[in-house]
Design a protein around this ligand. Structure first.
Ligand code: HEC
Ligand code: HEC
Length: 503
């Protein structure tokens, strides 16, 4: 500018014109740049507040969306869109283009994921606009049960129950197989997406040159991070289970694979008000529900600076949420007798006021499969605590305890298969001596078996088309231990089971 002013006296008009022009050009360029930023902002980052019932027709909203806290649990965002969001059109197209890579017909349902009638997405999946509609996952993926009272019944979805039908490993495998498939190409995927979504010219360019290659890269990176789950000697999770503590060790903290097996059942997470101050997780690694929520949400990609606030909201919901009632008739008289049997044999660990209620029972005493217990050592707790602090998350420290935790048994009828590894199919089987419990059974069917009190587990059938064979002789799948009640008379067992239905 100084030069310009110094020269203005000589050829003022021309010079001024020149600088004006230059200034105008700079203005124009910055306007273009700003418009570009605005375009990028609208395309990629503009956040639209989420309406978790937005997919329900206006006329049905009053019936369907009665409990908005629950709708949030099922379909709400944990704000992980930035990190994990997959574009909705792509999410929608994948099971159609790669139907042959799924374990059966029915799209994502083939993976056992609960899907409520008339809803746009399966339970546990959130859709939120961050520039474009992005799909992420929430707690409902692993914590939403379904059951049918008869083969033709519409499955009842119970948010906060265990997702015993959902095969998370198969879901991850499906994504990997799709990303490795030669059909993962713009020429095949874009026309498929365009069948259901309005894709403009620029959208198609963005899919072709950015989203599809990036999504593929991310999925393959993720597959690499999860390669340990397929390692030799690690039995498949199957539906209703995952490897939560190795996930923490290997994926979240980045520790080396130590060859341990930690297959664990998805637990129910209702009625959390009772769990304050108790040992949580199967082997009591955490003693504060909020800390479990926070770690779980971080695992789902929730941003560290938002995670505590989000999980405080979650805590309010989970404290108030009650276990569902048994959906078949109960013989109240019989149950009342069973209560006495329960008080004599079980209450010390499973009822309020009991010595071990909500506490950890030493591994030698409980005697159930110890692989999950041995997976986690104090050094892993220390490393995880340090990692949490490093990313600026402050929650109660994790520990290594001495066995498995005994929890309240509310809603126990819906929590099968039983024990931390889900190795015993029904309550009646749990009350049998160890060697009389089934050695092999089938998991993942949501048809209820009111005789044995658990889910139908006898194999594939028209009512249970996609089930998983669980072999209890495999590592981490042991059916032994927890022998309480196994020597009771048949009559006592009968009344006890009747009582357990009422919890
Ligand atoms: C990918 C599956 C998965 C997702 C997603 C998930 N959890 Fe879990 N959750 C588990 C498993 C498996 C366990 C049992 C862990 C173990 O082995 O102790 C568990 C345990 C828990 C427990 C302890 C229950 C008890 O009785 O001790 C709570 C509470 C919990 N999860 C809450 C959440 C919340 C809140 C979210 C969402 C922010 C969430 N979980 C997301 C799989 C999942
Ligand atoms: C000494 C304490 C203790 C006693 C007594 C006891 N339990 Fe347990 N129970 C536990 C522990 C600990 C676990 C978790 C073990 C595991 O998952 O490996 C458990 C697990 C269970 C489960 C499975 C929970 C689930 O979500 O899968 C059921 C069902 C159960 N107990 C019922 C009973 C009944 C019925 C009795 C009485 C006949 C009883 N328990 C007596 C400590 C006890």
């Amino acid at each position: 500018m100084a030069t310009a002013e110094a020269t203005t006296s000589a050829k003022p008009k021309k010079k001024r014109g020149f600088w004006r022009k230059l200034a105008d050009m700079i203005m124009l360029l910055s306007v273009i740049a700003l418009a570009g930023a605005g375009y990028a902002y609208i395309k990629f980052f503009r956040i639209v507040p989420q309406d978790v019932c937005g997919d329900v027709e206006e006329s049905r909203r009053d019936q369907v969306c009665t409990d908005m806290a629950e709708e949030w649990f099922k379909y709400g965002s944990l704000e992980s869109e930035w990190d994990r969001g997959i574009p909705y059109p792509l999410f929608h197209a994948l099971p159609r283009v790669f139907a042959d890579l799924l374990p059966g017909p029915g799209g994502y349902r083939a993976l056992g994921i609960p899907w409520e009638q008339g809803r746009e997405l399966p339970v546990g999946f959130s859709k939120k606009v961050m520039g474009f509609e992005r799909i992420t996952q929430n707690c409902g993926v692993c914590h939403a049960a379904t059951y049918r009272t008869e083969p033709d019944a519409i499955p009842v979805v119970v948010p906060t129950g265990p997702s015993h039908t959902t095969n998370v490993m198969a879901f991850l495998d499906f994504l990997e197989a799709a990303a490795r498939d030669p059909r993962w190409s713009a020429d095949i995927l874009i026309p498929e997406m365009a069948r259901n979504f309005d894709l403009r010219f620029d959208d198609k360019l963005i899919y072709r040159f950015a989203i599809l290659p990036i999504a593929k890269k991310r999925i393959l990176e993720q597959a690499e991070e999860f390669a340990w789950m397929h390692a030799e000697g690690r039995p498949a999770w199957g539906p209703g289970r995952d490897g939560p503590f190795n996930l923490t060790k290997f994926n979240l903290v980045g520790l080396e694979d130590d060859g341990t097996v930690d297959n664990a059942d998805f637990p129910s997470i209702w009625n959390m008000s009772v769990r304050e101050g108790q040992s949580l997780n199967w082997a009591g690694e955490t003693q504060d529900p909020l800390a479990v929520f926070i770690d779980s949400a971080l695992g789902l990609g929730a941003p560290p600076e938002r995670v505590t606030a989000l999980m405080e909201r979650m805590r309010t919901f989970l404290r108030a949420k009650k276990a569902p009632k048994y959906p078949f008739p109960v013989d109240r008289e019989k149950a009342a007798i069973g209560r006495v049997v329960f008080n004599a044999n079980c209450a010390d660990c499973h009822a309020e006021g009991g010595t071990y209620f909500g506490k950890v029972v030493p591994i030698e005493e409980i005697g159930t499969d110890r692989e999950r217990f041995d997976t986690w050592q104090q050094e892993h707790a220390d490393a995880t605590n340090a990692k949490a602090e490093e990313i600026g998350v402050f929650r109660k420290d994790m520990v290594k305890d001495i066995g498995y935790a005994s929890q309240p048994l509310d809603g126990i009828w819906l929590r099968g298969p039983y024990l931390h590894n889900g190795a015993v199919p029904s309550l009646r089987d749990l009350l049998k001596p160890e060697d009389e419990r089934p050695e092999v059974f089938w998991r993942g069917c949501d048809l209820y078996d009111p005789v044995n009190v658990g889910f139908v587990s006898t194999g594939q059938s028209a009512a249970c088309p996609r089930v998983f064979r669980l072999d209890t002789t495999e590592r981490g799948n042991g059916k032994g231990g927890h022998v309480y009640g196994t020597t009771l008379s048949d009559e006592d067992k009968d009344t006890l089971v009747e009582y357990l239905k009422t919890l």
